[in-house]
Design a protein around this ligand. Structure first.
Ligand code: PLP
Length: 343
């Protein structure tokens, strides 16, 4: 099967499996796992922050960050299609007692004026604005890259209002590779960053959260409360280190393949793709004009050996990753053309 459902389906590389077998480990809740510590320090250094925290997933990293930054009853400004709002099971409300203030963005960017207006003034009736969340690259916008200048403007606005900013950088390294802007430069515009090791970077498990030493100390306790205190976690941190140090540059190949896939799909009658929007490894196709529902489209596509994912409404998402080759792209375009003709 050619599996384009997500970049989370990647298999760990041979080097990762060897590193897992040989990892030096200890009880990380006691702070004694040298491999975990090395991953946390490496991540913090790469992002120019004081400290890092290895977490079980991107969702856990985001929610630990949100819990650490906020108090119950506060309001969190989020883009209306943000992962923290759309895909995290309502955790902000359920675990944090927080109210979300979604603002519709363009290519993942909330308009600055709308953000400014959404920040609550002092008034006995109002909740306090406790946090602003950004997402780069932005998944539901199609893997779009938030420009550094935009993030700087958000930080300026947030600082003026004494509000922290958290970056959901699940795919931050895709933004880094696509833009040539370093992770450090992006991270300098926010207070905390969560990024995934388990997506395009191909590690089997985990994310890292980075921020100030004080922030990470508090976050470590929230992680423990959420059941994320892991013991000999070096066996899963070891492939994470390889992900960070060896798997970043090759993301460029995924981006080239995604662009080619987008162009190929756009040439098929019945499929609409905004090729210009494809900046990284995500391709969103609208299959409405094919006369097929996304489920029908995906079912036939899978009979042709290609998996993609429904993305709400009439949209289908394809994500390229390390296990996808040039031939797979050709086969996927052919399968999509066949699928649309089957109606
Ligand atoms: C995948 C993803 C997450 C969550 O990661 P999990 O490891 O699946 O919990 C968070 N934010 C974005 C933008 C993502 O794409």
């Amino acid at each position: 099967m050619i599996d384009l459902r997500s970049d989370t389906v990647t298999q760990p590389t041979t080097a990762m499996r060897q590193a897992m077998a040989q990892a030096v480990v200890g009880d990380d809740v006691y702070g004694e796992d040298k491999t975990v510590t090395k991953l946390e320090e490496t991540a913090a250094q790469m992002l120019g922050k004081e400290a890092g925290l290895f977490v079980t997933s991107g969702t856990q990293g985001n929610q630990v960050a949100i819990l650490t930054h906020t108090k119950r009853g506060e309001e969190v400004i989020v883009e209306a299609d943000a992962h923290v709002f759309y895909y995290e099971v309502g955790a902000m409300a359920a675990l944090g007692g927080l109210q979300t203030r979604p603002i519709a963005g363009e290519r993942g960017m909330m308009p600055l004026t709308a953000m400014e207006e959404a920040i609550r003034p002092q008034n006995i009736h109002f909740p306090e604005t406790g946090l602003i969340c950004l997402e780069n690259t932005h998944n539901r916008a199609g893997g779009t890259v938030l420009p550094l200048s935009y993030m700087q403007s958000v930080k300026e606005l947030a600082d003026r209002n004494h509000i922290p900013v958290h970056l959901d950088g699940a795919r931050l390294f895709n933004a880094v590779v696509a833009s040539g802007i370093s992770a450090k430069e992006y991270a300098a515009t926010v207070d905390s960053v969560q990024f995934c090791l388990s997506k395009g970077l191909a590690a089997p498990v985990g994310s890292v959260l980075v921020g100030t030493a004080e922030f990470i100390e508090k976050a470590r306790k929230w992680r423990k409360m959420l059941g994320g205190g892991m013991r000999q976690a070096g066996v899963i941190a070891a492939p994470g280190l390889i992900a960070l140090t060896q798997m970043v540059d090759r993301l460029a190949d995924d981006h080239v393949r995604a662009k080619r896939l987008a162009q190929g799909l756009a040439n098929i009658r019945g499929i609409v793709v905004d090729v210009d929007r494809v900046e990284t490894n995500i391709v969103i196709a609208d299959v409405r004009d094919s006369g097929l529902t996304p489920d029908e489209f995906l079912a036939t596509l899978s009979e042709c050996g290609v998996l993609a994912a429904g993305f709400g409404g009439t949209l289908v998402r394809f994500v390229t990753h390390v296990d996808i080759t040039d031939d797979h792209i050709d086969e996927t375009i052919a399968a999509a053309a066949f699928t649309t003709r089957m109606r």
